[in-house]
Design a protein around this ligand. Structure first.
Ligand SMILES: [Zn+2]
Length: 426
């Protein structure tokens, strides 16, 4: 099987390289926006315009904006490809929506890709080198076209063949991320099955009781963040000092995000490595957060409580964890099953009775029917495991063999069908 992995490293460009990267990002944005404008115009007139047509026009564009000659050529081409990929995405989503509509299923448009929009400054601060032949990586430096050798911090070695390299800026710090392909035989993971609750009280709780903590902002860190926030607002709009304060805030936020991400990586690797079947809930985080705000009729007595719960949810980003599990289960030969989240926290995992009243506190679940007394998160994780393994209709760990891939259409079917299972998709 071909495995695609991404490796991200911090790089330390010198002043000239940093300037070149910044300008390349700007030029890619320019090319993207011009191509998008042209493509929009052609679509309006119902005429076709392929990415190859637009790539050819890059030469003319370079004559018009001669500073483009100083930029590496391939990233500019990639910007053209990105426009077409965005449209392909949009139209594929539209097709899926129509198919669902034909079967009488009303889908939420929010769940589908939107019509491509112009890139604004600060939104996508990156560009991509698509040709691995032009890139050389050594333990302490990386060669990038037009920029030359850039110092790199290789905190772990790269495995596999490099496909492309993306350079990005986050809060003034630079990174490269290399995508690689690795040919490998993956044995079926025969480990036990586990249900996972991505929940309120504890970030990640397994059905066997294991808890993985994801560091939230520590009190000192939170104070620093609040302080940085206040400083930004105190300073005059448009002033240099305000920009500086903004950068400091962004750096603090990026650092905290990086720490959470590292913890999430460690947890998901352990989970995928040690289990043959991993069952998670299909959490609609968006809907959860929307509900928390309350409405005019129901100003929300629960709003505050929910807001706290939601913050916890957002801090661990269940979607990130799900994505990580999706590809890591593939790496480690295990199967990811996604189940309908309905009633997983109100059902007793011992006797199966559904009773919302049973859950007496956030820290304790006591079943009104059988008297079972559990940690509510572990109880939910067990219910998730039961749902996942009964849906695949077999023994845990043996149910589906190695991770299979299914199309998005089937995933939607599974969602509609409630408790049906689905495997990690490609
Ligand atoms: Zn019970």
């Amino acid at each position: 099987m071909l495995l695609r992995k991404a490796y991200r490293y911090r790089i330390y460009p010198d002043a000239a390289q940093e300037k070149l990267f910044g300008r390349t990002i700007g030029c890619c944005r320019l090319v993207y926006n011009l191509c998008l404008e042209q493509k929009n115009e052609y679509l309006r007139r119902r005429k076709s315009l392929s990415k190859f047509d637009q790539i050819k026009e890059l030469t003319a564009l370079k004559e018009e904006f001669d500073f483009l000659y100083e930029m590496p050529h391939h990233p500019l081409q990639q910007a053209v490809y990105d426009v077409h990929a965005a449209f392909d995405n949009y139209f594929a989503g539209l097709k899926r929506r129509r198919e669902l509509a034909m079967r009488g299923i009303k889908a939420n448009p929010e769940d589908f890709p939107k019509w491509p929009t112009f890139h604004k400054r600060g939104r996508k601060e990156s560009f991509r080198y698509p040709d691995p032949k032009q890139i050389k990586i050594e333990p302490e430096r990386i060669f990038l076209p037009k920029a030359g050798w850039v110092r790199i911090a290789m905190h772990r070695p790269i495995a596999g063949k490099i496909k492309n390299v993306t350079v990005s800026a986050i809060a003034g710090e630079w990174f490269v991320s290399a995508q690689t392909d690795l040919e490998s035989e993956i044995p079926v993971n025969r480990g036990p099955a586990a249900g996972i609750d991505l929940g309120s009280a504890q970030p990640i709780v397994l059905s066997d009781g294991t808890v993985f903590g994801i560091p939230r902002a520590a009190p000192t860190e939170r104070r620093k963040l609040e302080d940085a926030h206040r400083t930004v607002h105190r300073r005059k709009k448009g002033s240099k000092n305000r920009e500086k304060a903004k950068l400091r805030l962004a750096r603090l936020q990026a650092k905290a995000a990086r720490r959470r991400r590292d913890a999430a990586h460690k947890a998901t690797t352990t989970i995928a490595k040690n289990h043959g079947v991993v069952v998670i809930e299909d959490l609609k985080v968006k809907q959860l957060t929307k509900r928390g705000r309350g409405t005019a009729e129901d100003p929300g007595t629960l709003v505050k409580k929910r807001a706290n719960e939601n913050r916890a949810l957002l801090e661990i980003a269940p979607r990130t964890i799900r994505t990580m599990l999706e590809y890591k289960c593939r790496w480690y030969g295990s199967t990811l099953v996604v189940v309908d989240p309905a009633h997983t926290s109100e059902t007793c995992s011992a006797c199966g009775v559904v009773d919302p009243e049973s859950r007496i506190t956030r820290a304790r679940y006591v079943c009104g029917a059988c008297g079972g007394d559990f940690d509510p998160d572990v109880n939910a994780a067990r219910n998730i495991l039961i749902k996942g393994t009964s849906a695949t209709g077999g023994l845990p760990g043996m149910a589906c063999g190695s991770s299979q891939t299914i199309g998005r259409k089937q995933e939607e079917d599974a969602r509609e069908g409630g408790s049906s299972a689905l495997q990690g998709r490609e």
